[in-house]
Design a protein around this ligand. Structure first.
Ligand code: I24
Ligand code: DGL
Length: 274
């Protein structure tokens, strides 16, 4: 069991921000990733639909023999974490719990902001989880629907990105928050623009970084660490979209070629549904 891969699922390529952190922290682990680029984005979809899609992706990865599953997408975590934890016999980890803990620990005044897709923010899941850990927390949540498309159009370093960031983060002006959770896989690419907008006193939390630490803790807890040194050269990335486009983004982002990319049609994925 311990030398089997860890599965990661995402609505597209955004979850690569999560696996980049996992590869850094856990270089011996082998990764099977599936990105549902053909049905992306998940952010604006009804959560009932996101739940169905996420179950399909999870069962697909389970059929490949993974030892643990990471839902490397905030919207999919909101929609499906509880159901999958109940249905599957392997550990299932979302991206929300660890980011929440880090935010509560980091914040001095417990005024915490959260940004994410419409699905994530409308569910109020971050706020609920923050309040479970810290009853006196004051949480302000704002959906930033344009951030994903700015990143995907490769405009995240442009002047336009600064304008969109300023506009969408306006609701936070005048707030005393000292910590902001980047509750969407794409937002770490806008991290420096967001930091510049608020100034150095604000702490930004990247749930991808925190999730990698949680994955490490769970592997330790179940004594499931891969013991083949640096065997992580056999990563497989499945995508429901075009393999060549996925491969280009993954190479560029991960600065690595230690993986193969395989196209898998949505039709195949749907066979793994209810
Ligand atoms: N970034 C993302 N999605 C894209 C993109 C991008 N195109 C350029 N860059 N496209 O997400 C989404 C739609 N595609 C996906 C592949 O199949 C076809 C449809 C953010 C990725 C974060 C890891 C910009 C870009 C890049 C390389 C690395 C990072 C990045 F080209 F943001
Ligand atoms: N991966 C999604 C998330 O973290 C963002 C992209 C999408 O909307 O599909 O919420």
């Amino acid at each position: 069991m311990k030398n089997q891969p860890i599965g990661f699922l995402d609505s597209g390529v955004g979850g690569l921000t999560v696996i980049k952190e996992v590869m850094k922290l856990l270089p011996n682990e082998e990764i099977y990733y599936i990105g549902d680029s053909a049905r992306n984005p998940y952010g604006p979809r009804p959560l009932s639909e996101v739940l169905d899609f996420t179950i399909q992706l999870a069962n697909f990865l389970v059929s490949k023999g993974i030892k643990a599953l990471v839902i490397a997408c905030n919207t999919a975590t909101v929609a499906a974490l509880e159901v999958l934890q109940e249905q599957l016999e392997i550990p299932v980890i979302g991206v929300i719990e660890s980011g929440t803990k880090a935010a509560v620990t980091s914040s001095k005044n417990q005024k915490i902001g959260v940004i994410g897709t419409q699905g994530t923010i409308q569910s109020n899941e971050y706020e609920k989880q923050i309040l479970k850990l810290s009853q006196r927390a004051d949480v302000q949540s704002v959906a930033c629907p344009q951030f994903v498309s700015i990143v995907e159009k490769h405009q995240y370093e442009d002047e336009l990105a600064k304008n969109v960031v300023s506009k969408e983060l306006e609701p936070f002006l005048g707030s005393e928050m000292d910590t902001l959770v980047l509750g969407c896989t794409h937002y770490p690419l806008l991290q420096s623009i967001i930091q510049d907008f608020f100034g150095e006193d604000l702490t930004l939390i990247d749930p991808g970084v925190e999730t990698a630490i949680q994955v490490q803790a769970i592997l330790n807890q179940f004594e499931m660490q891969n013991d083949k040194i640096d065997n992580a050269k056999n990563h497989v990335f499945y995508t429901t979209g075009p393999a060549n486009k996925f491969e280009k983004i993954a190479k560029d982002w991960l600065k690595s070629t230690d993986f193969k990319v395989e196209h898998i049609p949505v039709k195949e994925i749907q066979k793994h549904g209810k």
